[in-house]
Design a protein around this ligand. Structure first.
Ligand code: DC
Length: 208
């Protein structure tokens, strides 16, 4: 019997990891979890409850109460939710509270694709395939700008760039590149090229 195929797709905000993870999941018929949504959902919940995002104990309590239905919320895709998530994601207690859910998802019998920051190092260190997706921060800002504009959110590209630079700094302690990760820089690749490169790298790693 072959081992479950777990694919960890990590990288900084707007690197293209979400798109790549989705396409890999489709290609290998695997369920996929966007783990950033969990952190976004906890941040959103705290805001809805009027809790202070700098209150570490409240953040941990909120994560302990995490409910799947919190993920069904269009607001989680907005710029503000990403900022909120990045602020609360630094708390170890909150990260620990969200860990089991992610690990259970990764341990499904047939395997899974998870995208995030620490999938290959903390959540699924035994994953047979790990990708680290990156791109120049100005290119990432442009992609995020187009994505938000496409959803009707009007934000200046320069503000998005500033957000991403701040987010990279804040997320740095959580962004761990696994020693056995395949690194893919998508700066000069369009979506189809990035997906093709990721797919080729996965097939090579699996010898298929
Ligand atoms: O991938 P994203 O933009 O949806 O993530 C939002 C924030 O959540 C990100 O700035 C850092 C945090 N995050 C994390 O710390 N660990 C993860 N596995 C996923 C996201």
């Amino acid at each position: 019997m072959s081992l479950p195929l777990v694919i960890a797709v990590d990288g900084p905000a707007a690197s293209g990891k979400g798109t790549i993870a989705k396409r890999l999941a489709g290609e290998f018929h695997l369920p996929m979890l966007d783990t950033g949504l969990l952190y976004r959902a906890v941040g959103q919940r705290m805001t809805d409850l009027g809790l202070d995002l700098d209150d570490e104990a409240a953040a941990e309590r909120t994560a302990c109460d995490f409910q799947l239905e919190w993920l069904v919320d269009e607001r989680l895709r907005a710029r503000a939710a990403g900022e909120q998530a990045s602020r609360v994601a630094r708390y170890p207690g909150l990260r620990a509270a969200l860990r089991q859910f992610q690990q259970d998802f990764a341990r499904q019998p047939g395997g899974a694709v998870l995208d995030g920051r620490d999938i290959g190092t903390v959540i699924a260190p035994d994953a047979p395939v790990k990708l680290w997706i990156d791109a120049d921060v100005t290119v990432r800002a442009h992609r995020r700008y187009r994505e938000l504009a496409g959803r009707g959110e009007s934000v200046a590209e320069a503000d998005i760039l500033a957000d991403l630079v701040a987010r990279d700094t804040r997320d740095a302690p959580q962004m761990q590149i696994a020693a056995d990760a395949i690194r893919l820089d998508t700066t000069h690749l369009n979506v189809e090229e990035a997906v093709a490169a990721a797919l080729a790298a996965v097939r090579k790693r699996l010898h298929i």
